[in-house]
Design a protein around this ligand. Structure first.
Ligand code: NOJ
Length: 574
């Protein structure tokens, strides 16, 4: 569909928000300590109660779990640990009945080395699957992102295969038209079953440069990236996949690691548009450098620059996927907020992104303010990239320092079991869970927060309801104020006569707020604040709240409290 910028309400995903489920840690329905689709089935009402309109499932397919589902050994089935195809259909049906769309993860840059295609391919050069993967007699110098060099010697075939991720994740050869046909057939399989679209894993890596040239030797882990990111045939291949989606009116959200906004525009806009949204990474690097491994102090200015860069570039031309957490990043309160100001920073972070232009995604546990886990030994971590990180970098540091880095950066912090209540195992499972539960579950859990009016959970609900109530918050123009301010993130959304001003303090101390020119004289109504008491916010009574002038904030209070967030609404006569 052509994106004119006016057609916002013809693009069905634009008014929506999504909840991401990483099923293994969501809810265990059959009592084996592993989350599954029986657990999901029982929790769908909870998901709906948040006010979201769809679910993105991280991979549910059979997998040896070398990368927890992102190493797929059968694209047309459900992992027995998670249920059956029949159970998936029950979940799909119930989700649809509740008004929730369902998006599947499409992981086609690579398969598992236990996928039948690979098992055939490695047998030799003469079999029908021989060219399904990327084989060479001599490897180039690329590193993989997860496990040492990007090439592994296969003694059966007598050649090396390429794996940009773990050794057990061989890259598919997308230049082979048969592989692209397989991808399209997989898409149809799930679309015919009734799913509503795909989140497409590292989709900007699927086309590799001919000849696979050596990369720059001084860039560990990412040295080959210039030759496989946004590669030479990517847009041709994406166009083929787009055709399938068009037939079904489904949506495609691409994951675009390290993609610049300029490259993203080619996927998201214009005639060749092949994705509805892209998960970008710029804003996930406000405390680290190109991977989660190289840590720096958090910089609000960097975060704001990233947000604004994408907001401005896509305005009227494309659409953003908004997120602060997923299964690949540590918990955001522990990164960009403060565990000490847990409720304040958790709610402020919600405000900081949910009112931008785009479709918000909320990751399981984010809505209750789950935080990073700190395990005692590297042996307690499960994630392949976490282990490699520990075993590869800063080896001369003390064990304490090395573990501290893991505490800050590990993806496993996002993968601890969902905290439902204060029963043993956080109500996730009656059996011993497959992975450690964060010990803070007695305080941070759904049941406790359901009952508290000002909890992070209820605040997320309020934010989502507010976003949905306003066309301005969905498709209004974005403008940032005071971009160099090191403590405050302030942006406006404007459409016609209605304007919203969103103000977020990222400071641990009270900070002074400046009011943008022109605003001090107009009357605004505060429609949201994350501090209870003194702000007269009551759930379900958003609109009747006492009017306050924004300049009162400047004149009387003048200060925002630690991690305070406010949203004001104005009607401006032109
Ligand atoms: C991105 C996924 O989100 C991540 O979990 C996975 O490890 C890599 N792609 C490889 O599939």
């Amino acid at each position: 569909m052509a994106d004119t910028g006016k057609a916002w309400d013809n693009n069905w995903y634009r008014h929506m928000s999504f909840y991401q489920i990483w099923v293994r840690s969501f809810a265990d329905g059959n009592g084996d300590g592993i989350g599954d689709l029986y657990g999901v089935y029982d929790k769908l009402e909870y998901v709906r109660s948040l006010g979201v309109d769809g679910i993105w499932f991280s991979p549910l397919y059979p997998s040896p779990n070398a990368d927890y589902g992102y190493d797929i050994s059968d694209y047309r089935d459900i992992h027995p640990e998670y249920g059956t195809l029949e159970q998936f259909q029950k979940v799909l049906h119930k989700a649809h009945a509740l008004g929730l769309k369902v998006i599947m993860d499409l992981v086609v840059n690579h398969t598992s080395d236990e996928h039948p295609w690979f098992l055939e391919s490695r047998k030799g050069k003469d079999n029908p699957y021989s060219d399904y993967y990327i084989w060479r007699d001599k490897p180039n110098n690329w590193d993989s992102l997860f496990e040492g060099k990007a090439w592994e010697y296969d003694p059966v075939r007598g050649q090396y295969y390429l794996h940009l991720f773990a050794k057990k994740q061989p890259d598919l050869n997308m230049d082979n038209p048969k592989v692209r046909d397989e991808v399209k057939a997989i898409m149809r399989f799930w679309l015919d079953m009734g799913v509503d679209g795909f989140r497409e894993d590292v989709i900007n890596f699927i086309s590799k440069k001919e000849g696979l040239p050596n990369g720059l030797p001084f860039l560990p882990a990412v040295n080959g990236m210039p030759y496989y990111k946004d590669g030479p045939h990517i847009h041709e291949y994406m166009a083929e996949f787009r055709e399938v989606c068009r037939e079904y009116d489904c949506i495609q959200i691409g994951e675009g690691p390290m993609t610049t906004v300029q490259s993203a525009m080619k996927y998201l806009t214009g005639e060749q548009k092949s994705l509805d949204m892209m998960f970008s990474f710029d804003h996930m690097m406000a405390d680290c450098l190109y991977t989660e491994y190289v840590h720096r102090p958090f910089s609000l200015v960097k975060l704001k620059k990233a947000f604004t860069r994408w907001q401005k570039a896509l305005d009227g031309k494309g659409w953003n996927a908004l997120y602060l957490e997923n299964h690949d990043h540590p918990r955001v309160i522990s990164r960009y907020g403060s565990e000490h100001y847990w409720r304040e920073s958790g709610t402020m972070l919600a405000v900081s992104y949910l009112f931008q232009q785009g479709t918000p995604f909320i990751y399981q546990g984010q809505e209750i303010g789950m935080t990073n886990i700190r395990l005692r030994s590297i042996e307690d971590y499960k994630d392949v990239s976490t282990r490699t990180n520990y075993q590869t970098y800063h080896l001369k540091d003390s064990i304490e320092r090395r573990l501290k880095r893991i505490h800050l950066s590990s993806r496993d912090s996002a993968r601890t079991p969902m905290q439902w209540d204060d029963d043993p195992n956080a109500g996730f499972s009656a059996a011993k869970p497959w992975f450690s539960v964060n010990p803070n579950y007695r305080r941070v859990n759904v049941a406790a927060e359901e009952g508290e009016e000002y909890s992070i959970l209820n605040f997320y609900r309020r934010c989502l309801a507010l976003r949905k109530s306003s066309k301005t918050l969905i498709c209004g123009k974005y403008k940032e104020y005071f971009p160099k301010d090191k403590n405050i993130y302030m942006y406006e959304r404007a459409l016609g006569e209605v304007r919203y001003l969103v103000i977020c303090s990222f400071a641990k101390m009270p900070v002074k707020v400046r009011i943008p020119e022109g605003y001090a004289k107009i009357k605004g109504q505060m429609v949201l604040c994350n501090y209870p008491g003194g702000t007269q916010i009551t759930a379900g009574d958003l609109r009747k709240r006492a009017c306050r002038e924004l300049n009162l904030l400047a004149a009387e209070h003048g200060m925002l409290r630690p991690y305070e967030a406010r949203v004001y609404r104005f009607r401006v006569k032109h």
